[in-house]
Design a protein around this ligand. Sequence first.
Ligand SMILES: [Zn+2]
Length: 309
Amino acid sequence: MHWCDPALQVTPGFKKWNHAISLLLHVCSGITLASLESLALGENLAKRSLTANITCKHCGELETANHVFLHCNFARQVWDLIHLWTTDFKPSDCASFGEALLLTIQLKNLPPLGVTGNIFPWIIWGLWIARNLFVFENRVTTPAELITKSIRNAQEWTMAQANIAQQRPPSSHGLLDHLPLDTLVCFIDAAWQATTQRAGCGWIFFTLQGERLDQGTSIFEHTSTPQMAEELAIRSALLHARTAGYSRICIKSDCQALVASITSKNYPTDLYGITRDIEHLSLSFDFIVFSFIPRNMNFLADSLAVLIL
Ligand SMILES: [Zn+2]
């Protein structure tokens, strides 16, 4: 679940969900949507009335995530120097960090890089580290140094993952081993704005082999609570799955209370109608299971929900 501050519209993204999850856990735990809001960026400090240093040390503009990671001259120099992907793509041309990260899901790394996952977050992480060194220690990182270091980190991590995979017995590879082989995994999330009572819902379907099948979003007005937003997101995803003809699905939501209420059939009074809808829709599938996923692993659905809001 994502509670939106209207002034903060920042995001990230991916390709295969297993890459996504491992990248998120091992690399981007510092730059998920949620934690971007807590980064000590000038924009965020200003919101907390800590207005002493809210401008970019490179150029003096307000220090937003979009500025630091995409549009500052320093970031532009980095992105201009980079040739990471088989197609020509410049994140600095994107309007927002979220848009850039979602677009990188589709990109293929150039083979000589030796990096299998999405390399974009590694460069973002490099920009963040460089920013901190400059702000707190007055140490300047050149764009070339930043790129070299970021790629080296990504290569080392890729090699480490390969070593870990070799050491692991096949049965321990995933939490989804118990599911029927043709089950589709659906990551769902909602973003909710208290001021407008709007909910943005996002869902994304993957095969168990990690191939992304499709995704969708919807917006609901007059949504009174975050949990109602989550329920609407699940109902929307189930309607989509039924229309698409999916018969076996595993729903992943980061709203633990909701998953508990659906699985125990102990429905909250104020959401009884929607929850019954979900129960009714569930009967359309040969196999359906609802399970909880930690918020930092629900990165893609979170991004979709926030972008639509
Ligand atoms: Zn700047």
